[in-house]
Design a protein around this ligand. Structure first.
Ligand SMILES: Cc1cc2nc3c(=O)[nH]c(=O)nc-3n(C[C@H](O)[C@H](O)[C@H](O)COP(=O)(O)O)c2cc1C
Length: 169
């Protein structure tokens, strides 16, 4: 079984709560769930798979605490690392829904990390997201809307964590 670390940035606690639910579904210990506000980027070296989550703020940006952490991650060689992305947003912000996820994806491109667990957006209602290029069939990770559709979250989490669990075998 590969070692999984979960990292989140969260302003009002929504993404933090989802990070904990993901940990529970994947059997990840509490000590391996990290707030990027206080975690050291080099700690990702303890894991084979890192699960990175952000909410989206401003006009489609990552949650503030991610900026310093991403600067640190970008400086690392992540060629042996699998990276799974998730985000929390609000679909009514239909041009930037969960765009923070796309921001993390773009920032880590040069590190050589392998992105795993892209996820479908069937049943979603948004126009654009940086996390899903318009010509792509899937988003770059799991996109959640706890503002308008918390009822859909459990099913989406189950489907997506199954992909991460498969990669961790
Ligand atoms: C001022 C403001 C701007 C926001 N901008 C976006 C946005 O551009 N795209 C999006 O999907 N959600 C946006 N949201 C919604 C938040 O991402 C959403 O409420 C999220 O669940 C917050 O998670 P957190 O508590 O983990 O930070 C915005 C919310 C606020 C209050």
């Amino acid at each position: 079984m590969k070692r999984i670390g979960i990292y989140y940035g969260s302003k009002t606690g929504t993404t933090k709560n989802i990070a904990k639910r993901i940990a529970s579904m994947l059997g990840v210990d509490e000590k391996d769930v990290h707030d990027v506000k206080t975690a050291s980027p080099s700690s990702v070296g303890d894991y084979d798979i890192i699960v990175l989550g952000t909410s989206t703020w401003g006009s489609g940006e990552v949650e503030d605490d991610w900026y310093d952490f991403l600067d640190g991650l970008e400086a690392l060689d992540l060629r042996d690392m699998d990276v799974a992305l998730f985000g929390c947003g609000d679909e009514t912000m239909e041009d930037t829904f969960c765009s923070g996820v796309g921001e993390i994806h773009d920032r880590l491109k040069e590190t050589g990390a392998r992105f795993i667990a892209p996820y479908d957006t069937i049943g979603y209602r948004f126009e654009h997201s940086k996390a899903k290029p318009d010509d792509a069939l899937e988003a770059e990770g799991l996109l959640l809307d706890e503002v308008n559709h918390p009822d859909l979250t459990e099913k989406r989490l189950k489907g997506w964590t199954a992909l991460v669990a498969e990669a961790a075998k």
